[in-house]
Structures are given as C-alpha cells and as structure tokens.
Write a protein that binds this ligand. Structure first.
Ligand SMILES: Cc1cc2nc3c(=O)[nH]c(=O)nc-3n(C[C@H](O)[C@H](O)[C@H](O)COP(=O)(O)OP(=O)(O)OC[C@H]3O[C@@H](n4cnc5c(N)ncnc54)[C@H](O)[C@@H]3O)c2cc1C
Length: 386
C-alpha cells in the first residue's frame, strides 16, 4: 500500500522495528489492568525518539516537527499507543520557545537524556470546559514563590511525569481587559509538589490513558519556575497547542493506516460464500473511501507541519488537519470493525482497543465543534456564536 508523506524513512523503519517488540499482547495486558506502558516509553526514550525535537545544543536531535510526526504516526500504525508519551514532544516546545536560558539549561538536557519526564500538561478544569479563559485555578505571588489553589480535570500521565506545564490565572477573569489576559504558565516539579499541596486522583475511562484529577491546596511553586511573563501565559500555551494538534493529527493518520491495513488484509483472507469478502464492493468501497480520506488528511498534516517549521502562523491549518485526520481515523476504525464481523469485537484482534483509543481525538485535545467554530470565525469571517 503506497502512502502520502512517507518522509523520514530511516526514522520510520527504526520506530516500526522498536514497536514490533511491543505486540498486541503487551497492550492488552496493560489495558486489562489499567497500567502505564513504562517499558515501551523507556525503550522510545532510550532510542532517542522522544527528544527528536529538542535542539542539539540541549542534547536532542534538533529535527523539525515533521520528524516528530513520523515517529508518532509509525507508533500508531504499528498498533502501539503513543498517547503515553506524546506530550513530551509538544510541552517541551513551551519551555523551549518561552522559557529563559536558565530554565532551558536546567531542564532540557535532562529531558533529552531521558532522566526527566515532561509528560503532563495541565489546562482543563471541571467548571470551565473548553472555554479556557474561564479557568479558576489561581496562583498568587508570595515572596519568591507563587501559591496555587484550585482544581484540574483529565490531566493525563501526571503519575508518570517529573514535570508538568501548568496554566493558571494570576489575575482573575473579572479584573482583566481581554479574557485571554491574566493567565500564566508554570513548570511544576511533580516530585516536590505531590503531598505538599498537590493531590492526584486517577480517573477511570474507556481507554487506558492514565488520566487524573488534580487538587491544588496552597501548593508553593518558585517564581523561578514561571515560564515567560506573568499574565501572558495563554499566548505561550496557544503556540504549544498548534504543535500538539499537528502531532496528534499524525497519530490519527497512523491509526487510520493501522485500520486500513488490517481491514484490507482480513478482507483478502476471510472467505464467506466461497470467496474473499473483499471481493464484494460493499466491503471494498468503505475501505477505499477511508484510504482516500486518510491520504487527503496526511497532505494537510504535512502542510501544517511545514508552516509550523517555517515559523509561520498555522492555527487554522493545525486545527483543520487534526479534525480531518481524526475523522479519517474514526471512519477507518468503523470500517475495520465492520469488515471483521464478530471477530472485530474480540480483544485478541486489537481492533476494539484501537477503536476505543482513536475515538478520543474527536474530543481531545480540542473537540470538533470548537475547530469548526475556529474555521467559521477566523477563515470565513462569520460572527462568533459565544
Ligand atoms: C482521556 C482524556 C485525556 C485528556 N488529557 C488532557 C490533558 O492531559 N490535559 C488537559 O488539559 N486536558 C486533557 N483532556 C481534556 C480535553 O482536552 C477536554 O475534555 C476537551 O477539550 C473538551 O473539554 P470538556 O470536556 O470540558 O468539554 P465541554 O467544553 O464541556 O464541551 C462538551 C461538548 O460541548 C461542545 N461545545 C461546548 N461549547 C460549544 C459551543 N460554543 N459550540 C458548539 N459546541 C460546543 C464541545 O464540542 C463538546 O462536544 C483530556 C480528556 C480526556 C477525555
């Protein structure tokens, strides 16, 4: 099966080889016990795949975001799940772009070497929903520290991370001119925070995603850990969100290719009524459609990654590629499940697990409606509905 966007062939081949050591049995066992894929993440870290975007001067490979996309796409295409560690690639960008030299020297080499895990990104809150400017978790300056109080929800991998990029309000919503003003970003050292003002509570979900609720009760964070200027945090987070959307779109492309390959293989082999089911156009056409949608989405990911790497504005492109890629993956997932008949529902085929996992990307990190709203407002000049 030829595919668009087969760039970085050496990286792809190496990632696929590593992933072959983590077959379906490995993921199924973790799923059954809701366990984090520690060995898998360690293997990726040791092979240097999670630090491809960190500049060479800080110990990384200094490659463009398109290389990170190739890594994550191949992980998903192999049937593995990069959501256990993808955050390292995009949260690192907030530190790299907006952190001061001292912060970069203090953390980036450790992250590149795999000694420090930066896997957690804390934005969502129970009462604000998608309207990020309404977050209420508050940091108040007290001498050389800030004191943080509030609550976050659905913050993933916090129990498997040494550091967390955290968005809070430093000025209440009611006191700012623009809703996006008055928010600040902190790098929280989880090793010091847990038990000293930060409590983590795991949330059970339909997928094995290690997501949690966070309770902040007078957590002290050194002012030296504030990234960039106080009150300008929303802008820094938006930059990181473009990277997040492009990288997650690549994961969706990988998922879609996993489903299309599995569906085509099964459709060629499964004999019903004396012929391969794939000979029936009712089976062929949905797979062919999923393939076409995936190829189109892959081109949009490539375009968004190019703009990002050139330092050009890419908010709409990042959003749109994530939307079309997540939809292509979902259509491919549905088609793959249908192609497998009853066997698709059995755990041993890994289709039902991947089906559940890929559904997430229509809701997180941003839901499809919010992307459509972004396109309507920013590309079509239509009035904002909220
Ligand atoms: C497994 C998992 C892991 C996650 N990991 C993280 C993480 O690590 N860090 C983090 O910060 N967050 C994380 N999230 C949160 C995720 O980003 C949010 O769930 C997502 O952005 C949607 O926000 P919400 O759940 O508050 O939905 P809501 O904002 O309550 O929205 C509910 C529904 O209403 C729709 N809606 C809302 N407003 C409008 C409107 N004006 N017009 C049309 N439709 C609208 C939305 O599209 C959505 O479908 C995670 C979520 C999950 C499920």
């Amino acid at each position: 099966m030829s595919s668009t966007n087969e760039n970085f062939p050496e990286i792809r081949a190496a990632v696929a080889k590593l992933c072959s050591q983590f077959p379906g049995e490995y993921w199924r066992a973790l799923d059954d016990t809701a366990t984090y894929p520690t060995e898998f993440v360690r293997a990726l870290t040791e092979a240097g795949f999670l630090s491809v975007l960190i500049p060479e001067e800080y110990g990384g490979a200094g490659l463009p975001i398109a290389a990170g996309c190739a890594v994550l796409e191949e992980i998903q295409r192999s049937g593995c799940n990069g959501s256990a560690c993808h955050a390292q690639m995009y949260t690192m960008g907030t530190l790299l772009k907006h952190g001061n030299e001292d912060q970069k020297r203090r953390y980036l080499p450790g992250i590149a070497a795999g000694e420090l895990r930066l896997q957690a990104f804390g934005v969502t809150e129970p009462t604000s929903g998608t309207d990020t400017t309404r977050i209420r978790t508050r940091a108040v300056r007290d001498g050389d520290d800030y004191v943080i109080n509030g609550q976050k929800v659905f913050i993933s991998r916090t129990q498997h991370s040494d550091l967390m990029v955290l968005l809070v309000r430093t000025t209440p919503y009611e006191e700012v001119k623009k809703p996006s003003d008055g928010m600040s970003v902190f790098l929280v050292d989880m090793r010091e925070a847990v038990g000293n003002g930060l409590t983590i509570k795991p949330i059970k979900t339909m997928i094995n995603h290690s997501t949690t609720e966070l309770f902040f009760d007078n957590l002290r964070v050194p002012a030296a850990n504030r990234i960039g200027e106080e009150g300008k945090g929303f802008k820094y987070i938006l930059d990181g969100m473009n990277a997040e959307r492009i990288l997650i779109a690549s994961e969706c492309i990988g998922d879609a290719r996993f489903f299309i390959e599995r569906a085509s293989d099964y459709a060629r082999e499964r004999i019903v009524f004396g012929r391969p089911i794939g000979q029936n156009q009712g089976i062929q056409f949905p797979i062919a459609r999923a393939y076409a949608e995936t190829e189109a989405a892959a081109l949009m990911v490539l375009n968004a990654a190019r703009l990002f790497d050139e330092g050009k504005p890419c908010g709409s492109e990042a959003n749109m590629c994530k939307m079309v890629a997540s939809e292509a993956a979902w259509h491919a997932a549905d088609t793959c499940l249908q192609t497998h008949g009853g066997f698709g529902y059995t755990q041993e085929y890994d289709i039902e697990r991947k089906f559940r996992e890929t559904r997430l990307y229509q809701t997180a990190p941003i839901s499809t409606n919010l992307i459509l709203s972004h396109i309507a407002i920013h590309e079509l000049d239509l009035p904002k509905s909220f």
